[in-house]
Design a binder for this molecule. Structure first.
Ligand SMILES: Nc1ncnc2c1ncn2[C@@H]1O[C@H](COP(=O)(O)OP(=O)(O)O)[C@@H](O)[C@H]1O
Ligand SMILES: [Mg+2]
Length: 391
């Protein structure tokens, strides 16, 4: 007999979720790890080594498969869940589950030490700006500054190494986009979780086995410009799409956000230059730097520190050019103060004391800002601005 609406509504929602995620199924020794919401990533390096990530820390889990055979069987079952197979002819699988989790599996002979399985679980409850502040990734003042910058439509680059928390920070920055704007997101593997109602999510596609059918991030960036976006959010810029993105940013699609793989704000500029060259368009270096300097206003540098914590280390403005050199100015910098009793790095993302150029535009656009931010950088044009004025 069919369930009534009331029965459906009173059903345990986790059962409904099970149909979309790996949780609730039996996948051998990793089953409890998949069911545990506090674990964000499960990494299997051959049958006897399983690592997990929990609260940002990488730790070895005390589970093992009976042997290679059991591991490959589990991999095949997971692949079958998304309608894929894993065998000699297709020894690699990269797939998104219906719940948004990512699965990657690769078996011997490509994987040398036994089959490998990596599952990045989709967090049902993505980190918010308040979470990042409570983790110490940034301070409330820096968060207020970034919020104002996003609302004032600055183009922002989040830069960092793999696993440094770029996508998470990008998601938080995207949450500052006002609800009445149309957002197009472009990603290789959809990870962003925007809460805005008016959005279009695009995901690139790798080539089929015969080499056809590939749709790149770049194709999607070009297409997105015809979709009347107010903002374009690109999950990660790692190739020639950098040029199209800069051009878009320079032609009225301001307020766009993306991430890039680089280790310092200065390195970010060099990396961006390299990516623009990958577009195949032959531009002189000077012209590329001009494009970069006029397109990007802010770099948010993120790092995974040696204690495993993710911190924003620099909030840096691009202030202009001197000859061929792009000039940068740090407005917030992470200052390490030592270690606590648990070996965790202490310190915080402090204002450098330099007033951001951004504040002039934030005030002139009348962007509402948090009191913590106006206390840090008062509005110099406000009628009641009297600091330092003698009467
Ligand atoms: N600020 C943070 N504090 C603690 N953990 C974080 C933070 N940002 C991200 N994480 C965790 O770190 C892992 C990698 O984050 P992600 O944003 O995907 O990094 P990236 O995009 O740089 O590879 C995820 O498991 C995520 O939940
Ligand atoms: Mg990422």
């Amino acid at each position: 007999m069919a369930a009534t609406l009331a029965e459906l509504q009173s059903m345990d929602l986790s059962l409904v979720e099970d149909a979309r995620s790996l949780a609730g199924h039996d996948y051998g020794p990793i089953t409890p790890l998949l069911n545990d919401d506090s674990i964000s990533e499960v990494m299997v390096n051959g049958p006897s080594q399983v690592y997990i990530e929990r609260n940002g820390q990488l730790i070895q889990a005390e589970v093992a498969f009976a042997g290679e055979e059991e591991l490959v069987r589990v991999i095949r079952e997971i692949a079958a869940f998304v309608g894929r197979r894993v065998d000699d002819d297709s020894p690699m699988v990269d797939a998104r589950l219906p719940d948004g989790s990512r699965v990657n599996a690769i078996i011997p002979p490509l994987a040398l030490d036994g089959a490998s399985l990596t599952i990045r679980k989709f967090s049902r409850d993505p980190y918010t700006v308040a979470d990042l502040v409570s983790f110490g990734t940034l301070t409330a003042e820096a968060a207020a500054f970034l919020e104002a910058c996003v609302r004032a439509r600055f183009n922002v680059l989040v830069s960092g190494g793999t696993g440094s928390g770029k996508t998470t920070t990008l998601n938080v920055l995207s949450s500052f986009i006002p609800d009445n704007e149309r957002v197009v997101t472009i990603e290789d593997a959809a990870e962003l979780q925007l809460r805005q109602p008016h959005k279009v999510r695009l995901e690139s596609r790798p080539a089929r086995i015969d080499g056809t059918g590939r749709i790149t991030i770049r194709d999607l960036v070009v297409n997105s410009l015809r979709m009347r976006p107010d903002r374009i959010v690109i999950g990660e810029c790692r190739s020639g799409e950098a040029l199209d993105m800069l051009q878009a940013m320079n032609t009225g699609h301001d307020g766009s956000l993306t991430t890039i793989h680089a280790n310092s704000p200065r390195d970010t500029l060099a990396r961006l230059e390299t990516l623009v060259l990958m577009s195949g368009v032959d531009l002189p270096q000077r012209a590329i730097r001009e494009q970069i300097a006029s397109a990007i206003q802010l770099i948010v540098q993120q790092s995974r520190l040696r204690d495993g914590s993710r911190r924003i280390t620099n909030v840096t403005e691009i202030v202009g050019r001197e000859g061929d050199t792009i000039t940068l100015q740090d407005v917030f910098l992470f200052e390490e103060t030592g270690l606590d009793g648990n070996g965790r790095i202490t310190g915080k993302l402090n204002p450098t004391g330099i007033r951001p150029n951004a504040m002039a535009r934030i005030y002139s656009k009348r962007i509402p800002i948090a009191p913590a931010l106006s206390a840090l950088y008062p509005d110099r044009k406000a009628p009641d601005f009297t600091v330092g004025v003698r009467r």
